[in-house]
Design a protein around this ligand. Structure first.
Ligand SMILES: [Zn+2]
Length: 489
């Protein structure tokens, strides 16, 4: 007995030593760089120009119908007026009626170009919430140190900041060596099937192969990553796929006084419950795993111990993540019932009930895999099919070992010292899904500073960006261009 205890004790001691050693020796992935001092931006004047752009209600409507023609054309004219140097030095093409492609020709045609992206359209205001806004949605007001209005975060901020950065560099006589493209779609909020898809196809036809594609999607999280007090710049290196699945059940209709045991509504309701209770399996892999490798070294000992030893703790970590919706979304394909339709009158049994369940697909899973999982889970009584315009497989993972990722890291280290940088899996989708064939180095990031409570402003009420932060965003794009495509000034 004693000998067994001693053996167990030895195993435990060795195990502990391994865990502690691994936690103690994780290497930091952060870059250091000297701060940049010679890049002054008049944040207030830049913010005024952003506010002006917000006043054009370039709303994307469901299914891409009824494009807000006047608003888009007004915005285009406004951009031309606001950034005269850009519109003199760069070529601007209108693609698919409202999307914009700018080309800033580099001095060295043998170098691969880079492509900066954003989108001009915004989501509508949810009816009934208009009065909750501190300032009207499209007022484009500056108040209390913020620019208020739809598009301040998503994603006129990107369009305006990119142009502002270029205007600033042109004023200083900057000439890029690489060719730089700016691509601003007009229907990202409804899938980008007109705008981004057309620009990507046009670039492909011209044989353009960008070395770096940078779009919206990542942000600077403040106080959002447990265990790290410093701000964390989350660079999207992959994004989840997307499919909506329709569930339909049919049943004998008729008078509600003699109902069957399960009517159409009951069948669909049961199917949804089964899907919620049987989610697709969790995996800590790819961009999520890489993010832990970047974040762990910056954490205190205990969380570092766990993240540095996922070979042992993965099952426990997965159980813990599953309890938190944001964490859960990073480790599995999520299941969200979003539509339920049936019935017309309280005393009539419906013939048919219908629900839609939206899945955000983890890299490694697939649309076909989701459909298989749904069919197996709900059983033969439910008709299952993919629905909706947007069906997207998960993106490939862009490497954090690429020089283009290091370029983003270096730019952040220069302008946001003390900020931790990490790759990240995006649970939402961006227009980059249309560009994946053009480059391996597709990243999603824009240095908007956000606290957890600000997340509800995205597509929600009181969307706003800090004036000072907006200045930082402009500086980020300008410095990125200086680092990435040209020489001084
Ligand atoms: Zn967006």
């Amino acid at each position: 007995m004693k000998r067994v205890l001693a053996a167990v004790g030895l195993v435990v001691a060795v195990l502990l030593a391994v865990l502690v050693l691994r936690a103690a020796t994780v290497k930091s992935h952060q870059l250091q760089a000297a701060p940049v001092k010679d890049l002054a931006i008049d944040a207030r004047a830049a913010a005024e120009r952003l506010a002006g752009a917000i006043r054009f209600p370039t709303v994307s409507h469901e299914n891409g119908q009824n494009v807000e023609r006047v608003a888009f054309l007004g915005l285009h004219e406004y951009l031309q007026r606001s950034f005269p140097r850009v519109h003199a030095a760069l070529t601007r093409e209108t693609v698919a009626d409202y999307s914009l492609l700018y080309t800033w020709k580099g001095s060295n045609p043998s170098l691969a170009p880079i492509l900066l992206m954003s989108h001009q359209d915004v989501v509508p205001v949810e009816p009934g919430t208009e009065k909750d806004w501190t300032h009207p949605t499209f007022s484009g007001l500056i108040d209390g140190g913020y620019v208020w209005g739809r598009g301040a975060l998503d994603d006129k901020v990107g369009v305006l900041a990119i142009l502002e950065a270029a205007e600033t560099l042109l004023a200083r006589g900057f000439q890029p060596q690489r060719t730089v493209y700016f691509a601003f779609g007009h229907d990202e909020e409804v899938g980008g099937h007109q705008g981004a898809a057309a620009i990507a196809a046009l670039l492909a036809r011209r044989g353009v192969r960008p070395e770096l594609i940078l779009d919206e999607g990542g942000l600077i999280a403040e106080g959002m990553v447990q265990g790290i007090e410093k701000p964390v710049a989350l660079i999207g290196t992959a994004e989840k796929g997307y499919v909506s699945v329709e569930l339909v059940a049919e049943a004998a209709g008729g008078h509600s006084s003699m109902p069957p045991r399960h009517g159409a509504i009951g069948k669909v309701a049961e199917a949804i419950e089964k899907l919620e209770d049987h989610p697709m399996p969790a995996h800590i892999e790819g961009a999520t795993k890489r993010s832990f490798e970047y974040l762990a070294p910056e954490m205190p000992f205990v969380p570092r111990l766990v993240l540095a030893n996922l070979w042992l703790f993965a099952p426990a970590a997965e159980r813990q993540f599953a309890a938190d919706p944001a964490a859960n979304a990073r480790i599995r394909t999520t299941t969200a019932a979003t539509v339920f339709q049936a019935g017309i009158k309280e005393n009539v049994l419906p013939h048919r009930a219908r629900a839609v369940v939206n899945f955000r697909i983890l890299p490694g899973d697939s649309i076909a895999g989701v459909l298989r999982h749904v069919r197996e889970t709900v059983g033969p009584e439910i008709r299952v099919s993919a629905t909706g315009v947007t069906k997207t497989e998960p993106s490939p993972e862009s490497p954090d070992s690429a020089p283009e990722f290091a370029l983003l890291q270096r730019t952040l280290a220069q302008l946001f010292p003390g900020t931790v940088v990490s790759p990240n899996l995006l649970s939402g989708g961006t227009d980059t899904k249309h560009y994946l064939g053009l480059s391996h180095n597709v990243y999603r990031f824009l240095p908007i500073r956000m606290h957890a409570e600000d997340l509800a402003r995205l597509h929600g009420t009181n969307e706003r960006v800090g004036v000072e932060n907006y200045g930082e965003i402009v500086r980020f794009y300008a410095q990125l261009l200086r680092n990435g495509v040209g020489t001084t000034p």
